[in-house]
Design a protein. Structure first.
Length: 173
C-alpha cells in the first residue's frame, strides 16, 4: 500500500487519504483520524484541504471534541467561502450549528431557522430535512419540546421524507 501511495501526486495522495478517512468515519474513528490528518498534512489543493477540514470537524464532533470540531469547521467554512463553493459552505453552517447546539440553544436555533426560512439559499428538500432534523434535536437537547413540535409542523411539509425525520416525529409523540 505504501508503494502505491508514493506513486501518487500530493493531490492524489490527499484525495486517497480523504476517501479512506470518510469511509472509516462510520466504523473506526481512530483510523478515520489518521487518514484525515494525513490528508490535511500533504494537501496542496485548496478544495480537498477544505473537505479535509470539514470531515475532520465531523470526526471530532463524533468523538465529542467540540473545540477541535469547531476549529476545523471554521477553517473549512473560510476555505469553501474563498473557493465560492456554496453547497459545502451550507453544510459547514449546519455543522457549526450542530456543534453550538451541544452547549446552547439560541444561536444554533437562529442559524438553522434562518436557513430554513431563506428564499435565496434555494435548498434542496434533502438538505432542508437535514437542517430540520438538526433544529429538532437542538430543541430536544435543551428541553424545548413544544418548539420542536412547532418547527416540525411549520417546516415538515416542505422537507424530503427521511427515516431520521420520522424518528424525530415519533420521539415527540
Amino acid at each position: 500500500m505504501t508503494s502505491i501511495r508514493e506513486s501518487f501526486s500530493d493531490t492524489q495522495a490527499a484525495l486517497f487519504e480523504l476517501a479512506c478517512g470518510i469511509s472509516d468515519l462510520s466504523q473506526d474513528l481512530i483510523e478515520a483520524e489518521i487518514h484525515l490528518h494525513r490528508c490535511l498534512k500533504i494537501n496542496s489543493e485548496p478544495l480537498f484541504n477544505a473537505l479535509g477540514h470539514y470531515y475532520a470537524s465531523l470526526l471530532y464532533f463524533k468523538k465529542g471534541k467540540s473545540l477541535l470540531a469547531s476549529e476545523h469547521c471554521a477553517n473549512a467554512s473560510r476555505m469553501f467561502n474563498q473557493a465560492n463553493c456554496y453547497p459545502f459552505l451550507i453544510y459547514c453552517h449546519i455543522q457549526y450549528a450542530a456543534i453550538l447546539a451541544m452547549q446552547e440553544y439560541d444561536r444554533p436555533a437562529a442559524i438553522l431557522t434562518s436557513m430554513l426560512e431563506s428564499k435565496t439559499l434555494n435548498l434542496m428538500s434533502g438538505t432542508r430535512s437535514v437542517i430540520l432534523c438538526k433544529l429538532g434535536y437542538c430543541c430536544i437537547n435543551h428541553g424545548r419540546y413544544e418548539q420542536a413540535e412547532a418547527v416540525l409542523e411549520r417546516f415538515g411539509d416542505i422537507s424530503h421524507p427521511s427515516e431520521e425525520l420520522d424518528f424525530l416525529r415519533c420521539l415527540l409523540k
